[in-house]
Design a protein around this ligand. Structure first.
Ligand SMILES: Nc1ncnc2c1ncn2[C@@H]1O[C@H](COP(=O)(O)OP(=O)(O)OP(=O)(O)O)[C@@H](O)[C@H]1O
Length: 355
């Protein structure tokens, strides 16, 4: 079982969103919902499956502690709600249905993702077929691209926070856990120490500015895990893990990548680079030929030499540049058309209909 440790959080509350539109209900929960089994838990939250008595609709109830280590953390939960509200039109982000408050918790009634964590597919003896992996990664990139367009960075993307709508057939992804997410751009540079050691990006370890590129590092780690079944930086202990991250010490051997095409190695290598400004953005990633390898009728486009314009935006906490040339390049490529198309479609999860 892989570690789920966290770095000590030194996250300041300066960058937290404080305005929400969702009404906070105070009705006794057991009058409205039938609670059932636990779906998962983190340090300060427990998630339980539940059904609304009046409608029978199933939700995932995330009980988040208002007090942590003797400190009032209500503002942090309000922030998580505000980020979910900001992402409510993002089809790859779990939907927030309603919010309840009890003596000790704020309870987020979330869309239930019945297929569990993609983490289970990273540690299983039987890894997913390459075509399914690329389909899930395209969906992840779509969700991240939309978040980044609204200047939100997730900062805690890991296989435990990417859920599936169904298991058999394999459904679509839903991104969860926006507790560490931040909005870029408003209050100058954001530097925080947070995350889980084996998934954390080098710039976080070095207390350097956070940009949208930090999430793209995580996409590299998650992809590596899905295709190899190994965590790329996990060491014997925390120190070794941090050293592996800061030296970008990754095993790209043919042995590790035996189950997938060589293009997969190229995709991961482009993301797991130390300098955030040298990582591709989510939109750039969507044009990588590996992601379209299993789509019938798709001619993989060559990976062109990278220009500064092709790199991730960020660094100045600003939204992506409104460069008409950029838009043209992103939206008018055959791949981008598919990207747009996919936004409105529900993938079947069937091996024959991966795209
Ligand atoms: N909407 C959902 N549907 C199904 N399961 C869920 C849902 N939301 C969360 N879970 C399960 O509960 C786990 C914990 O949820 P979440 O990551 O939001 O909690 P957390 O306390 O913020 O976690 P951490 O401390 O690791 O950041 C998830 O990894 C997942 O397994």
């Amino acid at each position: 079982m892989m570690a789920r440790r966290r770095l000590d959080s030194r996250s300041g509350s300066s960058a937290l969103l404080s305005e929400i539109h969702t009404r906070i209900h105070t009705d006794p929960l057991d009058a409205v919902f039938d609670m059932s089994n636990e779906l998962g838990r983190g340090k300060f939250a427990v998630v339980k499956r539940c059904a609304e008595k009046a409608t029978g609709k199933v939700f995932a109830a995330k009980f988040i502690k208002k007090r942590r280590r003797g400190r009032d953390c209500r503002a942090e939960v309000i922030h998580e709600i505000a980020v979910l509200e900001a992402a409510k039109n993002n089809p790859r982000v779990v939907n927030l249905h309603s919010v309840y408050e009890t003596d000790h918790d704020l309870v987020l009634m979330l869309e239930y993702a019945a297929g569990g964590e993609i983490f289970d597919h990273c540690v299983s003896e039987e890894l997913l077929p390459e075509g399914q992996i690329t389909r899930l990664i395209r969906q992840m990139l779509e969700g991240i691209h939309l978040l980044h367009q609204s200047s939100v960075v997730h900062l805690d993307l890991k296989p435990q926070n990417i859920l599936l709508t169904s298991l058999s057939p394999l459904g679509d992804i839903k991104i969860v856990d926006f507790g560490l997410a931040r909005r870029l751009g408003s209050a100058g540079e954001l530097r925080e120490i947070l995350g889980t050691p084996e998934y954390v990006a080098p710039e976080i370890l070095n207390y350097e500015p956070i940009t949208t590129a930090t999430d793209l590092w995580s996409v590299g780690v998650i992809t590596y895990m899905l295709v190899t079944g190994e965590s790329p930086f996990a060491g014997e202990d925390k120190q070794e893990t941090f050293l592996n991250v800061s030296q970008v010490n990754v095993d790209y051997s043919r042995e590790a990548f035996s189950r997938v095409s060589e293009l997969a190695v190229d995709f991961v290598q482009k993301l797991l680079v130390k300098a955030p400004e040298d990582r591709p953005s989510a939109a750039d990633c969507m044009t990588h030929p590996w992601l379209w390898l299993h789509c019938p009728g798709s001619d993989p486009i060559p990976v062109t030499p990278r220009t500064p314009r092709e790199r991730s935006f960020g660094g100045k906490w600003s939204a992506p540049p409104e460069d008409p040339e950029d838009k043209e390049n992103i939206l008018d490529s055959p791949h981008a058309k598919r990207f747009r198309f996919e936004e409105g479609m529900s993938a079947t999860g069937d091996g024959d209909h991966l795209c």
